[in-house]
Design a protein around this ligand. Structure first.
Ligand code: SAH
Length: 353
């Protein structure tokens, strides 16, 4: 089996090249080609022919293929469905904000966390993505869209902390000064709350933003809609958040999808306000995206207003996520689902009106 050279750091590539009897400085040239999106060793024109040959024999490279690309007519949001080397597909979304272009990447093919409102989890987990595959989502979204990417959110398909080592390596690669050089402060990692990994993450002392998909501040509601809460619990989650905050000095962000009649009552708002305040956490409210296979509905605007008022009155820093790409199935997991349902493989570029 040929090795995945794109998942390697420059120092590891150096070691590989030394084994091949090549000078170490070639590693930098190779790393630069790879991180510019070159996926054919033959195109690496400053490497000798014999080295290109050796690379070809020992390492695999793959250029992800666009299976589907949808461009929002409303706000320019672009949604990609990429085909991976083994035929699996993942989604990536590019959003244009005032503060810069943001790419939302998937970390796994499918998901095993089972959140009741989410489309990504319906078929379960197929496999985790390699660091190189996550990197290519960012790189090829930038190259194809011609929008320079300055921010990354790990909020696509999959649970990043369920693919911990590969996600950490992806972060090192995308943050590398000789690579895409995207600053950690411009990266958010979203988790459904796999608290057993929070301390490992804190230890790395990255300056990224940890987003916790809270969605309910009490065990009864949270365990109902998020199986990951069962056996862990909100209290332990809050303790893990506190330790993370104390160790890294980075405020946590709570994601909260407003679901009609499920988590949007006064009771929920008051408890959420208490928990967010004690952690100085930011609350990001998301109007629920309707998923065809799910029975849940978004909260009414009246309920949302009342909910926001309770949080604001308690001094909580709260924002409502703008709905970008609502015409392109931009709520993650939906495009891949549709593609599976249709079973089509052709490349399709569409603009939805
Ligand atoms: N597994 C990670 C990251 C992926 S999902 C996590 O759970 O955080 C990114 C965010 O979208 C999460 O907060 C998730 O709960 C939320 N989400 C999933 N389905 C949604 C839907 N139908 N409407 C609104 N938000 C949704």
């Amino acid at each position: 089996m040929k090795k995945d050279i794109l998942s390697m750091l420059p120092e590891e590539i150096e070691a590989e090249l030394e084994n091949l009897g090549e000078p170490k400085y070639r590693a930098q040239q190779l790393f630069t080609w790879l991180h510019r999106g070159v996926r054919d060793f033959e195109e690496m024109s400053n490497l000798s022919k014999s080295l290109r040959q050796k690379l070809q024999e020992n390492y695999r490279l793959y250029r992800p293929r666009v299976l589907k690309k949808q461009v929002s007519q409303i706000d320019g949001t672009i949604k990609y469905l990429w085909e991976l080397a083994d035929g699996n597909a993942v989604e990536t979304v590019v959003m244009q904000y005032k503060h810069g272009n943001t790419v939302c990447v998937s970390s796994q093919v499918g998901c095993r966390q089972g959140c009741a409102f989410c489309a990504s989890t319906i078929g379960g987990l197929v496999r985790s993505l390699e660091p190189s595959e996550i990197l290519d989502e960012v790189l090829f979204s930038q190259l194809d869209s011609e929008l320079p990417i300055s921010n990354i959110v790990l909020m696509g398909i999959g649970e990043p902390l369920d693919n911990f080592d590969n996600v950490m390596r992806f972060l090192e690669l995308v943050n590398h000064p000789k690579g895409m050089n995207i600053g950690m402060r411009h990266i958010s990692l979203s988790t459904c709350g796999l608290i057993e990994r929070f301390d490992d993450l804190a230890e790395r002392d990255l300056q990224l933003t940890l987003s916790v998909s809270l969605h309910a501040p009490d065990d009864e509601t949270r365990s109902r809609i998020m199986p990951a809460n069962r056996g862990r619990g909100v209290e332990k989650l809050m303790e893990a958040c506190r330790r993370y905050y104390e160790r890294t000095g980075r405020r946590i962000s709570f994601e909260y999808a407003m679901i009609d009649g499920v988590n949007d009552t006064e009771f929920h708002a008051k408890l959420l306000a208490k928990e967010a305040r004690s952690l100085a956490a930011h609350v990001n409210l998301i109007p629920l995206n309707h998923v065809e296979e799910r029975q849940f509905k978004p909260s009414t605007s009246g309920h949302m207003k009342a909910f926001i008022k309770i949080l604001e009155d308690a001094g909580v820093n709260v924002t409502v996520r703008r709905r970008l790409g609502s015409d392109v199935d931009a709520s993650c997991g939906q495009l891949r689902r549709k593609m599976q349902a249709k079973g089509t493989q052709e490349t399709e570029v569409s603009a939805v009106k």
